[in-house]
Design a protein around this ligand. Structure first.
Ligand SMILES: Nc1ncnc2c1ncn2[C@@H]1O[C@H](COP(=O)(O)OP(=O)(O)OP(=O)(O)O)[C@@H](O)[C@H]1O
Length: 281
């Protein structure tokens, strides 16, 4: 069972020479069921990446307890694969070698190669195994990064805005691939995104976070049949519902940052115009 449990988690960054201590959130409770696909949405700075990093074991929680597959998280582990916005491939290694790199620590040379090839097939990169990172598009690099994370056969896949830097067409293609991978492998997924539509397309459940104080503001179960049709009435109704709740959070941030100059209509306009959530905020 690869359930993820987050119990009473607080994260406070300590004081620095220039800054006071900063509490991002102080009591997050969230359980992600085995095989569930959960997205975290929320205004910029609410702590989505911080929470994902805590589950990844890359950041310690200040208080509280996190477990994955029944084991307490106390650092990074092969049971949790992470995919970031930037693929961070090693430029001197080709695609297959990039995937093999970590595998070689755990498997024989032959097995590492065979696993790397299997996962590169899964992300449809068989023809590019010998290509070098500079020869790949952004979307292809992200596919290598997904193959690399999956090749260690983690129980949980943690994805932090994996498609945030990609163009819309590539993003759409990768949505299909992620859905296929999730259906094929049955991994538990925690997915951070700024994009409401992306979260509805992919998730079983969307967790909406807010800031000041940071925390979970609401949850939305996405009961729509897959593959999902963004033009369907049910899809757009859910999109609208989430957007309304999110706008309130974004308005709060903008009001604090801009004081009396703030006009709520502007936040709504900015937000709707790029169907995104506050990249600029
Ligand atoms: N190492 C750090 N030291 C101090 N503060 C930090 C550190 N890392 C993050 N923060 C602060 O914690 C808050 C949450 O950051 P985080 O990156 O988790 O938010 P986010 O919701 O993922 O934002 P975005 O959507 O813009 O990526 C921000 O105010 C950020 O400035």
């Amino acid at each position: 069972m690869a359930e993820v449990t987050i119990q009473h988690v607080e994260k406070t960054f300590p004081a620095t020479k220039d800054n006071e201590p900063f509490t991002v959130f102080d009591d997050i409770d969230l359980t992600i069921q085995d095989g569930e696909f959960v997205s975290l949405l929320g205004p910029s700075g609410c702590g989505k990446s911080t929470l994902l990093n805590i589950v990844a074991g890359l950041e310690p929680a200040t208080e509280g307890h996190v477990s994955a597959g029944g084991k307490t998280v106390s650092g990074p582990g092969a049971d949790r694969g992470v995919v970031f916005q930037e693929a961070a491939l090693m430029p001197w290694l080709n695609v297959r070698e990039n995937v093999e790199f970590a595998l070689k620590k755990q498997y024989s040379k032959t097995e590492a190669r065979s696993r790397a090839e299997d996962y590169l097939k899964l992300v449809h990169l068989s023809r590019f195994m010998k290509a070098y990172p500079h020869e790949l598009s952004g979307g292809m690099k992200q596919r290598v990064s997904i193959a690399r994370a999956l090749s260690m056969d983690p129980e949980v896949l943690l994805m932090d805005e994996p498609f945030g830097a990609l163009d819309e067409q590539t993003r759409m293609m990768l949505h299909k691939e992620v859905q296929y991978i999730w259906e094929t492998t049955g991994k538990t997924v925690l997915f951070v995104t700024h994009n409401i539509r992306e979260s509805i397309l992919l998730s079983d459940r969307i967790v909406l976070m807010g800031t000041r104080p940071g925390g979970i503001r609401g949850e939305f179960n996405v009961d729509l049949p897959r593959p999902r049709d963004p033009s369907s009435e049910a899809f757009t109704a859910l999109e609208k519902q989430i957007m309304e709740m999110l706008e309130k959070e974004i308005e709060k941030v903008m009001r604090e940052e801009m004081g009396d100059d703030f006009r709520s209509k502007k936040a709504g306009f900015l937000y709707r115009s790029n169907r995104d959530m506050g990249d600029h905020i």
